[in-house]
Design a protein around this ligand. Structure first.
Ligand SMILES: [Zn+2]
Ligand SMILES: [Zn+2]
Length: 251
């Protein structure tokens, strides 16, 4: 499967060696393999090890603007993969939002919760449910509502790997995503959306995207397994906004 645009990639702005290549290196690799668009989406800043520094947003914006001026064969966008930091909260503020073309959000381990209440009503229950899987049904309802609320309160363009590391019900999330024009990601490196959840989500008029979540140039646009997941779910190419309809395989 060939992508037209990879909408979820990380650079060295995901700190401490988490992202391996600079924005410019990622852009040049994207051009080399024929992508027409690239979204740089480093981790939101509430992650104490990987997160983008608040002061980096302006620098990233400048770098991307300069690269867009230099190259006319690719469009580069600045995003951030914000962390969900509590029930209905993500870690991006107006001040940072103004630098981004659009934002995505996802659930990750290791974030700093929004506040003490978020520690007790979101981080801790999900931490316990990770350790003791029989608790997962108990957190599913509030987690689902949390995704619905963040779509209601923030201008989110895409939810990354829904259902990865966290118990959710995809149907209310897909319904809200369709209403708010939020894309649901099929992320083969995380295995989410799962085939089962793609099947449930596609009952609603929601858009999907397939992304690499590359943290280095060698992983850019590599989405091995996505085609099989789509086929198993019966999801047609036309519902995935960033695949190239005429080219079946990456070279
Ligand atoms: Zn992620
Ligand atoms: Zn990511």
């Amino acid at each position: 499967m060939k992508l037209l645009m990879d909408m979820h990639t990380h650079t060295t702005y995901s700190r401490n060696g988490h992202g391996k290549n600079t924005i410019e290196e990622m852009v040049n690799q994207a051009r080399k393999i024929g992508l027409k668009g690239l979204v740089i989406s480093d981790h939101g800043r509430s992650h104490p090890f990987y997160g983008v520094r608040k002061t980096d947003f302006a620098k990233m914006r400048q770098e991307i603007d300069a690269l867009n001026r230099r190259y006319d064969d690719i469009e580069i966008y600045l995003s951030v993969e914000a962390n969900i930091t509590g029930r209905g909260f993500i870690d991006i503020e107006e001040e940072e939002l103004k630098y981004c073309d659009w934002i995505s959000c996802g659930y990750h381990y290791g974030f700093i919760p929004k506040n003490i209440k978020s520690f007790f009503d979101f981080l801790l229950p999900n931490f316990l449910a990770m350790l003791l899987p029989f608790l997962r049904p108990l957190v599913r309802g509030s987690n689902t509502q949390c995704y619905v609320d963040v779509m209601e309160h923030y201008p989110i363009a895409m939810i990354t790997h829904p259902g990865d590391k966290i118990a959710i019900d995809i149907e209310p999330i897909a319904k809200k995503a369709a209403e708010k024009n939020v894309i649901l990601e099929i992320n083969p490196s995380h295995g989410h959306l799962s085939v089962e959840n793609i099947k449930k989500a596609m009952k609603y008029p929601v858009c999907f995207a397939v992304n690499s979540d590359a943290h280095s140039i060698d992983r850019l646009a590599k989405v091995t397994g996505a085609k099989e997941m789509m086929a198993a779910a019966g999801l047609p190419n036309e519902r995935v906004i960033n695949t190239c309809p005429f080219v079946e395989e990456m070279k």
